[in-house]
Design a protein around this ligand. Structure first.
Ligand SMILES: [Zn+2]
Ligand SMILES: [Zn+2]
Length: 661
């Protein structure tokens, strides 16, 4: 390493120039650590610095600058920072574990989207008290502000070192990850026991930078995720730049546990699963009601917007998938079957190719376009059993799927209409959302000019619809640009839902055309689009968004009649029948239980309205209205309750949003 000797006159020192993000330049001695760039800008920046980016490479602050370079200092405001911060916390975890459990072997410890984990081979599984002790040790090491030091080791020496320390997994990692290298990098945390780990880095400069972390759970793991390998113990944790952010996250995961749709789905009697139908829900009566409400709601939205509903086959000959190119790109996700003649067929994983065949079964004049097919039939995708989870990862599902067949000059107008539909639907569910435009990737098909023209039309459509968006440069599919929508639920989690996807390629594969005013054939553009996406997944999101307390328009049971005594049963049944006749989903609890018990049960079932009826109500033709939140609204005539409930149903999300706001 070239370090400047203090005795050398400045004129003899090689100088280098660094260029900062604002274009300004600084001169440093060659070999100076990149930290000095931050120090030269301001002491505050030096204090806030975690790492740096030198010519597009993320490096430690100790990285020596040997030649002219572009330099950006990474602080907690930088997009790269959290990942590096969490990975550094994983090292701190490993340092604490090896300190407290001598002989523990370290596996890998990456950062994740939610935090970090580290895998260990230990003599016995970790217990909750271990986590407390480990976390306390981590805090102690953090308070000592120990430096993370990058050391370059001779590769063979490093292997011998870890072998001698009884860490064969690290030896294996070095062998696999650094083939052909002479040197490998290792990081120490200079505590008195000097934790050292093979790692490419980079890391925060010292443990004192790690301000807010928490160990969460442990689980069984295997070396490299393979059950044939050594069993390991994984410790999960998370880390944030501030205690405030950490607390907010911990509250969110607590809240998420309470709202888990798998738990609520069981408690509310919506759906269940059986191991003999992996990834396919059994919808109970209330769940089926909810499903149908959603499916019909989408029809109500789409029919006035010019869509027609179609039903296409579920099973197709493999020839179709060869034409659509799914056979070469997607076969591993398709369920294949054989018919009586020995032909190979597949259950459809998506509707598009069926819609293309349907579109081509007739001639279409330019006057008919856009043609919009909507379909809700079930789709099947052959997901690995290990990744299936509740309603959010399933093998069988249906979508509010549609394909719009348009002329190229209709792109802007059609996309604007689609955006307005998305805005309306998310508004009805009280979901906030963010849009991102993904543009032409490197491996695109088709002319660049066509792409840029389409992207421009998408941008203008979003602007006309008043939709704010971000751009994912180069992230479009190879066949066309797209707009994706992330919705944010009530506890701040993001879910990817709607997508509006332009496709220039399938119209070629399927020779999809229309007859123009000139009587000649012209190529259509296809828009694939879904608003809620998979109904299964969307219901999972809604259950967690509302914590199972659906607004009136979605609640499978909207009102339950609770007679106080058996002698009120007749009147109660008449009330229920009147509610049903008025189009409300009503139930009657005719069990011989105390009314307070029935109220409690109805609250647990999150039924929006409980209508208690006794002597006075029966005599006066009224109901005593209680809300699930515990509010007692007093007596009301049956007819005025019905009118209020119908208004509330009609207002969907708007009323709920106003009540919450
Ligand atoms: Zn590391
Ligand atoms: Zn499609």
């Amino acid at each position: 390493m070239v370090r400047v000797h203090p005795c050398l006159p400045l004129s003899q020192v090689n100088q280098i120039q660094v260029t900062l993000p604002d274009g300004s330049q600084r001169t440093l001695a060659a070999g100076a650590p990149v930290r000095e760039v931050a120090e030269g800008i301001s002491p505050r920046l030096a204090q806030a610095a975690f790492a740096a980016i030198v010519d597009d490479t993320l490096v430690d602050l100790s990285y020596p600058l040997q030649k002219d370079a572009r330099v950006r200092i990474v602080t907690d405001k930088s997009p790269e920072a959290l990942h590096l911060y969490r990975h550094s916390t994983a090292h701190l975890l490993a340092a604490a574990v090896t300190n407290l459990f001598p002989g523990a072997q370290c596996g890998i410890g990456p950062a994740t989207d939610e935090g970090f984990f580290y895998d260990f081979i230990v003599e016995r599984p970790f217990v909750p008290e271990d986590l407390e002790k480990i976390e306390a040790k981590m805090k102690e090491l953090a308070s000592q502000d120990l430096p993370y030091e990058r050391q370059m080791w001779d590769r063979e020496q490093a292997k011998a070192f870890f072998a001698k320390r009884g860490e064969p997994l690290k030896v294996q990692l070095i062998e696999e990850k650094t083939e052909g290298q002479k040197e490998v990098s290792c990081y120490t945390i200079k505590d008195p026991d000097t934790f050292i780990d093979f790692c490419v880095g980079p890391h925060v400069p010292s443990t004192g930078k790690l301000k807010a972390f928490k160990l969460l759970t442990t689980s069984n793991a295997y070396w490299k995720g393979d059950a044939r390998n050594a069993p390991m113990q994984r410790i999960y944790g998370t880390a944030f730049f501030s205690d405030k952010d950490l607390k907010a996250y911990l509250t969110q995961i607590e809240e998420a546990k309470k709202r888990d749709h798998r738990k609520l789905g069981r408690e509310l009697g919506l759906f269940t699963f059986h191991p003999w139908a992996p990834g396919a829900a059994f919808w109970m009566d209330k769940g089926t009601t909810l499903y149908n409400i959603l499916a019909n709601y989408m029809r109500e939205v789409l029919f006035p917007a010019g869509y027609v509903e179609v039903k296409t086959p579920l099973i197709y000959n493999k020839a179709l998938w060869e034409r659509s190119k799914h056979w070469s790109h997607y076969r591993q996700n398709m369920f294949l079957i054989e018919d009586a003649e020995g032909d190979t067929l597949s259950v459809k994983p998506m509707n598009c190719p069926g819609h293309f065949l349907l579109y081509s079964s007739e001639k279409h004049s330019y006057r008919e376009l856009p043609v919009r097919f909507h379909e809700q039939t079930p789709l099947h995708r052959n997901e690995l059993a290990g990744v299936l989870s509740g309603l959010t990862r399933v093998r069988q599902f249906s979508q509010d799927d549609a394909h719009c067949f348009i002329m190229p000059e209709q792109i802007g107008e059609e996309v604007e209409r689609l955006i307005r539909l998305v805005q309306r639907v998310y508004g009805d569910f009280g979901l906030s959302y963010a849009a991102k435009l993904s543009t032409m990737p490197d491996d695109h098909l088709g002319e660049e000019a066509t792409w840029r023209h389409a992207e421009q039309q998408l941008k203008e459509a979003m602007e006309r619809a008043g939709l704010e968006y971000t751009i994912n440069e180069g992230d479009g599919a190879f066949y066309g640009p797209k707009i994706d929508f992330d919705v944010t639920d009530a506890i701040g989690r993001k879910w990817q839902c709607a997508t509006i996807q332009l496709d220039y390629q399938q119209p070629e594969n399927f020779d999809l055309h229309y007859i123009g005013a000139d009587n000649a054939e012209h190529r259509v553009v296809v828009i694939h689009r879904a608003i809620v996406g998979s109904f299964e997944r969307f219901i999972g999101i809604l259950i967690e968004h509302y914590a199972g307390a659906f607004p009136l328009w979605l609640a499978p049971v909207q009102a339950i009649v609770l007679p106080i005594a058996d002698r009120h049963l007749d009147y109660a049944a008449r009330v229920r029948d009147r509610l049903k006749a008025a189009g409300l989903r009503a139930d009657l609890d005719d069990r011989q239980e105390k009314v307070n018990y029935k109220i409690r049960e109805a609250q647990l079932q999150k039924i929006p309205y409980m209508l208690v009826v006794g002597d006075r109500e029966a005599a006066e033709g009224t109901v005593s209205v209680r809300e699930r939140s515990g509010g007692d609204k007093g007596a009301s005539s049956l007819e005025s309750f019905i009118a209020i409930a119908r208004d509330e149903v009609a207002s969907k999300g708007q009323l709920a949003a106003a009540a919450n706001g």
